[in-house]
Design a protein around this ligand. Structure first.
Ligand code: SF4
Length: 625
């Protein structure tokens, strides 16, 4: 059924779409470009080709006007209960709409009203049959976008008759829910720790090397070009000028961190680019800012403010939040900046100085289009998000030797830093994150200082949610596990009525009860779970929780609070084989030999307990009732 309002709603041709475009224009240049966005995406060209010509041809004028009405109305007059769309979302919707119109034109349709329920189904089927350049089916999120587009057209058709179509999914539209985006992946600890640690290593003295090399090379290049040499000859001059450059040996290492001499300008650029990547990683993972917020940072963005008690000064990163802001220019925001972030900003300020000088801009993340040094005609701009993602995965990860995850390269994206940060801060226990604990501990401490008023509420929600999700998943796992080890694990195994069951509604209801009604405190670490009670804590924890200084595999393995499930088995197996390897070394001193032997025995106890627990459980299940 097509629903329409009694009055004709329409948008006037001269209404302003942006500071540069009117409704009747064939290209809409939108204003809402955020740092990291692709400028061309924000120019919506209605003059696209369709089967029988172009969409702005006079024969399609009513349909084109209806399509414009739909798109703009979704932004300025969304269906009841829906948010006004940001221009970035409008660009994705435009692309999907263009695809729908092209498909409709191919089928011989000439107006939205012809898109009946069957046609909507055929459209989705046609989209599902498409393949990308690699021959893969399109992503489910893209299919969701097409589905959402059809629903939006139907909903807007109730008020804009030129857009009215049949309900594409009768009985479903009313309960249509946006996809739950809470589970975009964070970076697993085994990847996050080497990733951030390598980035921290690079922004230390290594960064001073890269900046010195870059300056020397760029100065030589500018001088050579200034003397009238061609770009190719100027590059030879540069290679001569930097031939004597040597890299430092970093503290705790026994060789220079890079081989010398550097024999090409391309190599200089690569080192500079990897430093950009390292700074991006440090800020994303230790601050939790989004990519647009990082790429939008300006020179001089570190400020210092006193704590509430006035006895300490904290560093803050000052920038803008775009995603939840009302205007295109974002809302001002301050993030707590641990010391490495202050350093990363100082590095970026030095790295981007020549580009800022050349372009007259104050952005920190300016990059050049050049694969070598900056020539006279080089383009300078902020990178787009896809460039950052490409660099992280294909250039930075191999450069730092990022380990594989379960045998495969882990795919990094620009949102993982924020998700991982939220998880770090929300995590009750950060034992698996020794390398990052100092920095993250600093952030947590400042965020709870009375003088700190955070305004990134979505980040606060993300942090709470991660803490809750992690506790929930651990509780469900412990209650249903077929095999449980550790002293607390044995107690739970003996008492849980859910043991060996799938995580059904009863289990979830019980976990809801535990989380809401009891003061159960659960610590989560790589090698097991801590069902915390201070009176039985082997690490001498206090009211605030376990004592991090004494919390180790060895202490936990003897503690009454400790539980371990099959999920932790690989950690104990790996610990065992590491210590077995140690024993194989003939030169091992007696003290270390005794320690390795004790650790092997400890691992064996846990692994045997897991095996027994599993056998007992199956044995009891086999008993006649
Ligand atoms: S030693 Fe006991 S109380 Fe301390 S963290 Fe380990 S399991 Fe928890």
């Amino acid at each position: 059924m097509i629903i329409t309002l009694p009055h004709e709603a329409a948008l006037a041709p001269d209404i302003a779409i942006s500071s540069r475009s009117r409704f009747s224009d064939s290209i809409w240049h939108l204003d809402g470009l955020r740092p990291g966005g692709n400028r061309s995406d924000f120019s919506l060209d209605w003059d696209f080709a369709i089967a029988a010509g172009r969409f702005t041809d006079p024969g399609f004028a009513p349909w084109c006007e209806a399509a414009k009405t739909f798109l703009w109305s979704v932004k300025v007059d969304p269906p009841p209960g829906r948010k006004h769309l940001h221009d970035g979302t409008l660009t994705s919707l435009f692309k999907a709409l263009r695809l729908l119109i092209r498909w409709m034109a191919d089928q011989g349709y000439r107006r939205f009203a012809e898109l009946d329920r069957d046609a909507s189904g055929w459209f989705l089927a046609a989209m599902a049959a498409r393949r990308n350049a690699k021959g893969e089916a399109i992503a489910s999120s893209t299919m969701e976008l097409y589905r959402r587009l059809l629903v939006l057209i139907y909903l807007q058709g109730a008020r804009y008759p030129t857009v009215a179509i049949d309900d594409p999914f009768p009985g479903v539209t009313g309960t249509f829910r946006t996809r739950d985006r809470g589970w975009l992946p964070y970076t697993p600890d085994a990847i996050a720790v080497p990733l951030v640690s390598s980035a921290l290593r690079l922004i230390g003295p290594a960064a001073d090397d890269v900046i010195a090399l870059y300056r020397q090379a760029q100065d030589a290049y500018d001088a050579a070009l200034g003397s009238g040499l061609s770009q190719t000859r100027a590059c030879f001059r540069v290679v001569d000028a930097i031939a004597a450059f040597r890299f430092a040996t970093l503290p705790g290492e026994d060789a220079p961190w890079q081989a010398a001499p550097v024999t090409s300008t391309k190599r200089v650029r690569q080192l500079v680019d990897r430093l950009y990547d390292a700074c991006f990683v440090v800020i994303a993972y230790l601050v939790g800012a989004r990519v647009s917020e990082i790429l939008g940072l300006q020179v001089g963005c570190i400020e210092h403010h006193a704590s509430a008690a006035g006895d300490e000064r904290f560093a803050y990163l000052v920038g803008r939040i775009y995603k939840t802001a009302h205007g295109h220019h974002g809302d001002a925001h301050r993030w707590v900046a641990p010391e490495p972030v202050v350093r990363a900003i100082a590095v970026m300020e030095r790295l981007s100085e020549p580009l800022r000088r050349r372009s007259g801009r104050s952005d920190l993340w300016l990059m050049t289009s050049s694969t070598g040094l900056m020539g006279p005609a080089v383009e300078i701009d902020l990178p787009v998000v896809s460039t950052i993602i490409h660099r992280l995965n294909h250039l930075f990860a191999p450069f730092i030797g990022l380990p594989l995850h379960e045998g495969e390269p882990w795919h990094l994206n620009t949102h993982q830093g924020r998700k991982t940060f939220a998880r770090f801060v929300g995590k009750r226990d950060r034992t698996g994150l020794h390398a990052l604990q100092a920095h993250l501990g600093h952030v947590s401490r400042v965020m709870t200082d009375r003088g700190y008023v955070g305004t990134d509420f979505t980040l606060d929600e993300l942090i709470d949610r991660h803490a809750q999700d992690e506790t929930r998943a651990a509780l469900e796992e412990m209650l249903t596990a077929s095999s449980l080890g550790g002293k607390a694990g044995r107690t739970i195994a003996a008492r849980s009525q859910f043991r060996g069951r799938t995580r059904d509604g009863d289990v979830q209801a019980y976990v809801d009860f535990l989380m809401a009604e009891t003061d159960l405190r659960l610590g989560i670490c790589d090698w097991g779970y801590c069902v915390y009670r201070s009176e039985t804590s082997a690490c001498f924890g206090g009211d605030g929780g376990p004592n991090p200084a004494l919390r180790t595999e060895t202490t936990c393995s003897t503690c009454a609070n400790f539980a371990v499930t099959a999920r932790h088995r690989p950690v104990w197996e790996a610990r065992r084989s590491r210590n077995v390897k140690l024993l194989d070394q003939p030169a091992l001193d007696p003290g270390s030999r005794a320690l390795a032997t004790a650790r092997i025995a400890e691992c064996d106890r846990i692994l045997v307990a897991l095996d027994h627990s599993m056998r007992d459980h199956h044995g009891s299940q086999d008993q006649p009732v």
